[in-house]
Design a protein around this ligand. Structure first.
Ligand code: G3H
Length: 506
């Protein structure tokens, strides 16, 4: 029969007892490409009626849904048991496993990249880059982990008023337990390993719930970790629709930490999750502020790279250009000229602009474009769409009453707002409910620093487009862009807690 990719638990590839599968539609062909197991859950209502409970048991028995809950429960139990042993495994050995996984991942870059091309229409070269970057991230995390976690602290009591030198406090970092990692479709491999590697080096176990688009790439990546010989149960990967399995996983009492990257589902998760550390990165509306003295060629190339790479489907994409009126015509002309050179087509041909991830995403983007049209934005190119493929579009003279001035298209459509003062640009940036990154272009470093200080975002890039990497840099959002800070070092720290032992002298 048709191949349905299995899920991974207890060191083995398994079929879900739910008997269900979920199809992954290729964004380019819009045909089903792969199938994965669907772990689908029903929430049991404790309504007290024996008839209702019997009815639910029957539903469970006929549709197999309760089995999935049991499967997830088993995953969590195995994960907890494996974690206890892993935490006692010497740090250098944990690092060795990660280095091995990194090497295997890089060796298998081609088949994993192929899945990224078919599942999320990532241009072929970028797909390979994602896997290689992931291997590098895993190795770097192993190296960083042995340094950070190899150090503890010794405190003595007599620095605090009223104390003698009679207490010695030894403190070190210990793991949290089971980490639940939920990466998004746009980096199903890289944003998975950016959670997996810090969790594992710090002595945690890891349950991965990959995005549906990108699940097969993630399963291949997990196979690389499997080949690296991690203990059974330490890593699990459960597949299924977030709407079916999401709540059961995120509210599971066995989970000790959630690291999530994605859309505003993260806000719902943070409201429902228990009293556990959360790391959330939930998108952005990164502003690009262009001053009159900026190098306009540098500005144009960064707007094109920042706004249109992977068809704008990056949380750190440039999502609004705020340009001083006096240089706006020149910037728009230069950007248009560069955009004309972007190739549009299939990811297999390594085109710059490829189909967006789904029809609903394309419809959403189109909705923003049509709203801007009705409100008389200037179209620098003709709007063109075929299936999920949307041609790159620059919208000039966008005003604050247009949806695209505030909303995140996650597509190759970029608004330009002309400003008459720097303050106006900062005001627009700060009025957003997002606060991930932003960038400012000027030759005046003093002005750049002051603007950076005034922008309410997790990071400001001076004279370059926003970007998460290099992957050891801190990465965080303010407001609806998330909580916690990522980047290799911060993620390792976040996935640990401090344990102290105090020696009391007689
Ligand atoms: O989509 C969100 C990613 O964290 C952005 O990563 O800046 O490397 O594209 P990137």
């Amino acid at each position: 029969g048709e191949q349905v990719y299995k899920y991974y638990a207890d060191g083995e590839w398994k079929k879900s007892a739910s008997g269900k599968s979920v199809s992954i539609v290729n964004p380019t062909t819009r045909e089903p490409q792969y199938k994965v197991q669907e772990l689908a859950c029903v929430i049991r209502f404790h309504c007290g009626s024996i008839f209702f409970i019997v009815f639910l048991c029957l539903v469970d028995w006929v549709f197999g849904t309760a089995c999935t809950q049991e499967e997830v429960n088993k995953v969590m139990e195995a994960s907890k048991a494996a974690q206890k042993l892993w935490a006692r495994t010497p740090l250098w050995k944990r690092a060795e496993h990660l280095h091995k996984a990194a090497a295997i991942l890089k060796e298998h870059k081609a088949p994993i990249a192929e899945c990224l091309v078919k599942e999320i229409a990532k241009p072929a070269k970028d797909a390979v880059t994602e896997v290689v970057r992931s291997g590098d991230l895993v190795s770097y995390t192993a190296e960083e982990g042995v340094r950070i976690l190899g150090e503890g602290k010794l405190l003595v009591s007599d620095s605090f008023p009223g104390n003698e030198r009679s207490k010695y406090c030894l403190s070190s970092k210990v793991p949290l337990g089971v980490v639940l990692a939920i990466p998004p479709f746009n980096y199903p491999v890289n944003l998975a390993v950016s959670k997996i590697a810090p969790a594992l080096i710090a002595g945690n176990s890891l349950v991965l719930k990959p995005p549906t688009q990108g699940a097969v790439a993630a399963l291949h990546m997990i196979q690389c970790f499997h080949l690296a010989g991690f203990p059974k149960g330490l890593i699990s990967c459960v597949t299924g629709k977030g709407s079916e399995i999401g709540d059961f996983l995120t509210m599971h009492p066995g989970v000790n930490c959630i690291s999530f990257t994605g859309g505003d589902t993260g806000i719902a998760i943070s409201k429902k999750a228990g009293m556990i550390p959360l790391q959330m990165e939930l998108g952005g509306k990164d502003a690009c502020i262009v001053l009159e003295d900026a190098d306009l060629d540098l500005v144009a190339s960064n707007i094109v790279k920042g706004g249109y790479s992977y068809s704008g489907q990056r949380c750190t994409a440039v999502k609004v250009v705020l340009v001083m009126e006096s240089v706006a015509d020149a910037v728009v002309e230069k950007v248009k000229a560069k955009m004309a050179k972007l190739s549009v087509g299939s990811p297999e041909d390594d085109c710059d602009i490829t189909p967006v991830v789904s029809e609903s995403s394309a419809n959403f983007i189109e909705g923003l474009v049509m709203d801007a049209k009705e409100k008389a934005a200037t179209f620098c190119q003709e709007y063109r769409r075929e299936g999920n493929l949307i041609w790159p579009l620059l919208l000039d003279h966008v005003r604050p009453d247009m949806r695209i001035a505030w909303e995140e298209p996650f597509g190759p459509v970029l608004p330009v707002i002309r400003i008459s003062s720097v303050e106006e640009g900062i005001h627009h940036c700060n009025a957003s409910n997002f606060g991930l990154q932003g960038c400012v272009f000027t030759r005046d470093i003093n002005k750049a620093i002051l603007i950076s200080d005034a922008m309410e975002t997790g990071t400001v890039q001076i004279n370059s487009a926003p970007a998460r990497g290099p992957d050891h840099f801190p990465f965080q959002g303010l407001k609806d862009s998330g909580i916690g800070s990522q980047g290799i070092t911060n993620s390792i720290n976040m996935m640990t807690k401090i344990k102290s032992t105090v020696i009391n002298l007689p």
